[in-house]
Design a protein around this ligand. Structure first.
Ligand code: SF4
Ligand code: SF4
Length: 129
């Protein structure tokens, strides 16, 4: 989802937003065959909200004052994560769920609304002359 903060797409918007990686949602699901599970087992956890057999995995979450956020959001290599650091530290390997989350989509607007941000500005249609 955030980075989805998606730096290649729009550093200015995603890196100042991060909504889809933080409190907008309570989980980022990882498919059972997603390479992310093999590449980053330590960044995954069982989904505590899934009432199934307890096998569904999500990207690891960390608690915040207002909910939880993805543990991959923000660089903790040099100390505590800055809560406004919206870079994804596993961006190149992020799960399919994150890759498919489109900036400017309905889901993006929903995520931004949930954290109190306005929808991204829409390009005006071309003017007819
Ligand atoms: S909610 Fe949208 S703008 Fe915000 S980080 Fe995610 S994709 Fe980017
Ligand atoms: S893995 Fe990266 S892109 Fe996906 S939710 Fe976490 S921080 Fe966002």
């Amino acid at each position: 989802m955030a980075e989805c903060a998606q730096p290649e797409v729009s550093p200015s918007e995603c890196l100042s937003c991060g909504a889809c990686c933080r409190e907008a949602y309570h989980a980022v699901e990882i498919g059972p065959r997603d390479a992310f599970i093999r590449l980053h087992p330590g960044w995954t956890q069982v989904d505590p909200h899934f009432a199934g057999a307890g096998r569904r995995r999500i990207v690891k979450r960390v608690a915040t004052l207002t909910g939880t956020r993805c543990a991959c959001l923000g660089d903790s290599s040099a100390g505590p994560v800055d809560p406004l650091d919206y870079r994804c530290v596993v961006y190149a390997d992020r799960p399919k769920t994150c890759r498919e989350f489109e900036q400017g989509s309905v889901n993006c607007a929903d995520a931004r609304r949930r954290v109190g941000l306005a929808h991204l500005p829409v390009e005006p249609p071309p003017q007819l002359s």
